[in-house]
Structure formats: C-alpha cells, structure tokens
Design a protein around this ligand. Structure first.
Ligand SMILES: Cc1cc2nc3c(=O)[nH]c(=O)nc-3n(C[C@H](O)[C@H](O)[C@H](O)COP(=O)(O)O)c2cc1C
Length: 414
C-alpha cells in the first residue's frame, strides 16, 4: 500500500504498531474499525448519529449481524510458506487490492464534510470499490469524476418505466460501469430511533434540532457551516426531483417503490450495458431469479439491520445462496468489522464483501485520511489473518478453515 509498508518484509508489514505509527497523530489509537465509532458519536449531532448507527425496531437483526460471526471458529493450518501471500481480488474484470469495498450510504455528507467524495477518493487511493448511494447529497457525475475507476452507483428506483429509463441513461452518460439496484426497501422501515431523536430526511428546522447541532460545535463548524459556505444548501441529487437537505415542507421522492418487481429488473437489463448487481437478496430463490434475469452479481445483505427486523443475517443464508447462484458473483455486507469476519464470509463462498458504518465514522472523524486509515487497518487484518490461517491467496480461503464454534453443525461444515 504505502511505500513504507511495501519496503518492509512480508513478516513485518502487518505489524500493528507500524500501521499505527504511519497514521497521523490523531488516528494512532484507531487500531480497529470499531475504534472510529466513539469519536464519531462525540462529533456528530445526536439525531444524525442515531440515523447512522441505528437499526430498526428491537435491533434483533442489527445484533445478529455481529454475533453471527462468533458462531464460526477458524481452523488454521501450520508450516506453510506464506511469504508471498496476496489478497488481491479480481471482480468484474478489475483487480482490487483487497476483497472488500465500501457499501452505499445515503446522506454521508451530513455526517462528514463532503462525505461521498471522502469515501470515493480514499477507496480509489487504496484501490478498492466504493458504491455511491442513490440517496447521496453529491451529484453522481461529480463523484464518478473524482474516482473514475473505483466508483459504482446504487439506485433506489420506483416501479416506473420512465424513472428507470432516465436514471439508467444518466448513470451511463456519467461513465459508470457497475449499477447496483437496492431491492429491500419496498416501504420505509420502522426506525423508531429516528422519530425519537428528531431525525428526518429532509431535516426539519426547529429549536430542538438547532440545540442538538449547537451541542456539537466541531461538526457545526467543520461540516455544516463549511458545507453551507462552500457549496450552499446540499440536495438529494440522484433520486427523482432534487430535494433540499433541510426544509420544513419538502418531501423526498419515495413513491411507487412498492411497485418495483422483476419486470423492472428485466427492463434495466435491456437498457444497461454494464454490470448489473442486485443488493438486498436473502433468499436463494431470489438469487436464482436474479441469475435468470442476466444479473452479473448480487449483494447478500439485510441493509445493515435497518429494514426488516428479524431478517436473517447474510452469513446464515450465504452457503445456500452460493450453491444456487451458479456462475453469478455473490457478494455480502452487513456487520463486517474485522479481517476474520471478511474471511469467514469468503470461506462460505462470498466473492467480495462490503463495509458500511465504520467507513462513514472514519470519514466523520478525519475525512479522506480517516477512511484511508480505516481501509488500511482492515487490509492488514486480512493480511495477518491469511498468514496465520496458512493462505497465500483469497482463492485458498475455503470452508475447510471453518467449524461451528460451539461444536454444533449449523453450517454442515465438519
Ligand atoms: C447511514 C446509512 C445509510 C445507508 N444508505 C443506504 C443507501 O442509500 N442505499 C443502500 O443500498 N444501502 C444503504 N445503507 C445500507 C448499507 O449499504 C449496508 O448494507 C450496511 O450499512 C452494511 O452494514 P454495516 O453498516 O454493518 O457494515 C445505509 C447504511 C447506513 C448505515
């Protein structure tokens, strides 16, 4: 990755104290992705932090997304020469430096100054993909220009031919080669925490919100006012009509999402010449239908536990989906925080994984530099873990390395 790291021996390059020492002073104690959350909570106003961190209803799915990884134990092999190990991964005709990318997240520029650009440029510098959200506050053309080879676009679409046709054309003209359609949001989910904290999209200006923002002066100056004075009022730029971020009356376009169905996927497949990916699949029958519709890939995801509470963790359904998907690329997100999490998902057959919240916390805390550091942390966790597992390449990560942590046989592994 950096020159310093690449001149180190393969045994030393993942040493945690060296990675820490290479970071800017303010990030030296950010030793794992989880470490970005506490400073982000102190930086971001309460309703916005609640929007980012929160799940839905009782947070059953949100909690499973983490605990499910602990159900699996790793079984390493010894005395294998791993000095030539590499985690480079081929995906859709490109070679990435790591087997993970950044999940699409709407409204990132609310939490971090120019959040979409910080995430996209950091991803490009570290040679991993970043998916720009359809609910983002930066025009999709601007982000693609800033990181032309590493940015994918994620669409939220109504079940309407005209809206779909217009968006697909716009995304193609902007030069994107990978289009992701998120399908787990036929209706808005029951995010009670947003109501309790006073979060809305658009934000409704009122005294409570003003006081909540005043309680976070660094954010107020470093993100909100800086954005306002450099760019004016942000708008939702990539989803139907432009809607301002703050307004007492405006309503974001969400109509007719519950009409969306496979006929619209067929339409998109006819219109879109690039790679088409469906995000939010949890049932293997849907994976089969996606493949039959000519989709290039799916992201097995429960939206980070933000949609249907009690929806299964992607990891639990992954083996069945991989078996049903044939040659279609299967990727996964929701709950990945550690190198071992990523490797467990890859061992169960995912080709690639994505990480959401921690990357946004890193952007809030330290902008592009923070995201670059977060990516490096996860990259070197994977490097270290591969060495200790006895793997020289991602293709060597297999189910043989896993067993049920409690000695049960939930995954049919041993
Ligand atoms: C603040 C926030 C905004 C999100 N916005 C979107 C979005 O616009 N489109 C989408 O497909 N998924 C969205 N997601 C879901 C993520 O793409 C991803 O599935 C999830 O965050 C992964 O789980 P993780 O945060 O535990 O890594 C959002 C998640 C968060 C935390």
């Amino acid at each position: 990755m950096s020159n310093t790291a690449s001149t180190l021996s393969s045994a030393d390059r993942a040493a945690p104290h060296l990675i820490s020492a290479a970071a800017p002073p303010s990030l030296r104690l950010m030793l794992a992705l989880e470490d970005f959350e506490a400073p982000a909570r102190r930086y971001i106003p309460r309703p916005i932090y609640g929007y980012v961190s929160g799940g839905v209803e009782r947070n059953v799915t949100l909690n499973w997304n983490r605990s499910v990884f602990d159900d699996l134990a790793l079984v390493p092999r010894m005395l294998i020469n791993v000095s030539q190990r590499s985690q480079k991964t081929q995906l859709f005709g490109r070679s990435y430096d790591s087997p993970f990318g950044i999940s699409p997240m709407g409204g990132t520029s609310l939490a971090a100054f120019q959040g979409d650009l910080a995430l996209a440029t950091a991803a490009a510098t570290r040679n991993i993909p970043m998916i720009l959200s359809g609910a983002s506050l930066t025009p999709l053309e601007t982000v693609r220009q800033a990181a032309p080879n590493h940015t994918w676009f994620q669409a939220y679409l109504p079940g309407e031919t005209q809206a779909i046709t217009e968006l697909v054309e716009r995304v193609a003209i902007a030069g994107y080669d990978t289009l992701v359609l998120t399908v787990d949001i036929p209706v808005g989910s029951n995010r009670e925490n947003n109501v309790r904290n006073g979060y809305n999209a658009p934000l409704r200006p009122n005294l409570r919100l003003a006081l909540q923002c005043l309680a976070r002066p660094s954010w107020l100056i470093g993100t909100a006012l800086r954005t306002y004075f450099t760019q004016g009022m942000p708008h939702f730029e990539n989803m139907g009509k432009r809607t301002p971020l703050v307004s007492s009356t405006a309503v974001r376009e969400r109509a007719n999402r519950d009409h969306l169905n496979w006929e619209h996927v067929a339409l998109m497949r006819r219109l879109w010449k690039g790679k088409l990916v469906i995000k939010g699949i949890l049932d293997k029958r849907d994976a089969v239908i996606a493949r039959e519709h000519g989709c290039d890939g799916i992201i097995v995801s429960n939206h980070g536990g933000r949609q249907l509470d009690s929806a299964s963790s992607p990891l639990r359904v992954l083996p069945g989906i991989v078996a049903a998907a044939g040659d279609m690329t299967v990727m996964m997100d929701s709950g990945i925080r550690r190198g071992t999490d990523a490797l467990k998902a890859l061992a169960l057959g995912a080709k690639f994984v994505f990480v959401g919240r921690p990357m946004l916390y890193a952007a809030a805390v330290a902008g592009e530099t923070g995201v670059r550091h977060a990516i490096r942390l996860l990259h070197y966790e994977i490097d270290r873990d591969m060495a200790m597992l006895g793997a020289n390449s991602i293709s060597e990560i297999s189910r043989e390395m896993l067993m049920d942590a409690r000695g049960l046989d939930t995954y049919g592994l041993r």
